[in-house]
Design a protein around this ligand. Structure first.
Ligand code: PAF
Length: 281
């Protein structure tokens, strides 16, 4: 596997990699990322992974500076996973000028849930992903469903800008106790790590109750109860909510009664660490 850090090196390397698939990451790779690479390899095309910790998607008080950077180990894992090219741009290669032109996603999709808690986050994501797409020009790109809202933002961006890229969403990879794999799990103390599956358990419980709920008011009552129960376990819940899979809007009575495709999403803080997860219901 070749590793390149500049746009010129990338363009040269891409000449030999037609119809490529891109797996964009921020590094500190775990089995969830490697599953994205394995899914990309199933397409039988060259696989390009990118590693770039994108400052545009972090608010000033967030963990940009302490986000784990483990490039050597990541490159080793990607090579073993059968990745063909690693693009790990230097900050100056990605942002040679201040990035004053941005991709501003639809606020109805990007300013709710995680976007409400992290203003500007999805603008930062959409901007860097658009830039990675322009630089790598992939025919396919693979993203994890753990970042469910991110996947929807990217799908909508690709549709609305008519980008010739097939977006593939892959199911979340979980540890044996149900915790969704995430680079941020590394911030947890052993005691917090042991309690971390409580978030997934709360989402699962909400998804199970869903079948018995017949009205949006019923949904809200169960969401509120689930938040209280998680708070009682020592978490600071941001949201636990049931939404339509297609656009993350709140389900109507018709959606609830016709069993429209829904997703249960949650974000909550355990100590200083904010974790997110979701389950399609
Ligand atoms: O999901 C991530 O790791 C990041 O948000 C992404 C898509 C690589 C953009 O920085």
């Amino acid at each position: 596997m070749q590793t390149v850090h500049t746009l010129a090196e990338l363009r040269t390397a891409l000449r030999d990699l037609p119809d490529r698939a891109l797996v964009p990451t921020m590094g500190n790779l775990h089995a969830g990322h490697l599953a994205l690479v394995a899914r990309a390899r199933e397409l039988r095309v060259p696989v390009v992974a990118s590693i770039f910790v994108n400052r545009l998607q972090f608010a000033p008080h967030e963990d940009f500076d302490r986000y784990p950077r483990t490039l050597q180990r990541d490159a080793q894992l990607l090579a073993e996973a059968g990745c063909d090219l690693l693009f790990a741009p230097l900050e100056a290669a990605m942002y040679p000028q201040p990035q004053t032109f941005r991709v501003r996603p639809d606020p109805a999709l990007a300013d709710i849930l995680d976007g409400a808690s992290r203003p500007g986050h999805f603008e930062g994501v959409a901007t860097v992903v658009m830039k990675l797409f322009q630089m790598v020009q992939p025919a396919h790109a693979v993203f994890g469903k753990k970042d469910y809202q991110q996947l929807l933002v990217i799908r909508r961006m690709v549709e609305q800008f008519a980008l010739p890229i097939a977006i593939i969403g892959l199911d979340t990879v979980r540890d044996t106790d149900g915790l969704a794999l995430s680079s941020r799990n590394g911030y947890l103390t052993p005691e917090q790590r042991a309690r971390a599956p409580q978030l997934q358990a709360a989402l699962r419980q909400l998804a199970e109750q869903l079948r018995a709920i017949t009205t949006p008011a019923g949904l809200h009552a169960h969401e509120a109860q689930a938040m209280q129960a998680l708070a009682a376990q020592g978490w600071a819940p941001d949201y636990l909510t049931i939404r339509r899979r297609s656009d993350l809007s709140a389900p109507s009575t018709g959606d609830v009664q016709s069993h429209a495709p829904l997703v249960v999403l949650g974000a909550a803080r355990l100590g200083g660490t904010r974790l997110i997860d979701n389950l399609e219901a």
